[in-house]
Design a protein around this ligand. Sequence first.
Ligand code: SIN
Ligand code: MN
Length: 204
Amino acid sequence: MQVLPPGIHLIPGYLERSQQQEILHEIREIIRIAPLFRPTMPRTGRPLSVRMSSCGELGWVSDKQGGYRYQHNHPVTALAWPDMPQSLINIWQELSSCPCLPQSCLINFYDQIAKMGLHQDKDEEYFDAPIISLSLGDTCLFRVGSKSRGGRTTSFKLQSGDALILAGASRLAFHGVDRIYPDTSTLLKNGGRINLTLRRVTKP
Ligand code: SIN
Ligand code: MN
């Protein structure tokens, strides 16, 4: 068994296929109202390879001028983000050990060649609540390190239905997605991977 850094909890197969399908249906409805957009890097304006959207009170966005931040509105439509489905709130309540409610669900869509560089989730004001991540669709190679850049990292695969918790000593761990393994799941009709991360942003 692979030893993961303290505070990282992997729950393989947390979501059954039928739950994955239900959540996927809800995410499709959200994306109809809040379409996927491609964020750009602060300063350089370089586009990320991942496309994103959000639901809940706040959504994470990034662009050249404003940098990384949470905001109440979709950056393209300017509409408020759609509500977070109760199914995701229930998952947060089951896995987070936090009496507070989640305020944001970041929806990341990876096509076959998308990846995400090592980064910390640190744009929140509150780090006592964990980050809860759910994977849908194609398998990816996930990498996690420590709170400092350049430290030792551990890699493992995340499959459709897996839940991953970044909590405690690993709440601010560097993490990223090195690659997607195409055609490893039949959940998404046209392939690719969706990752949902549930977050508490402000102090409760
Ligand atoms: C993220 O760090 O926002 C996404 C992680 C993942 O896709 O598993
Ligand atoms: Mn992250």
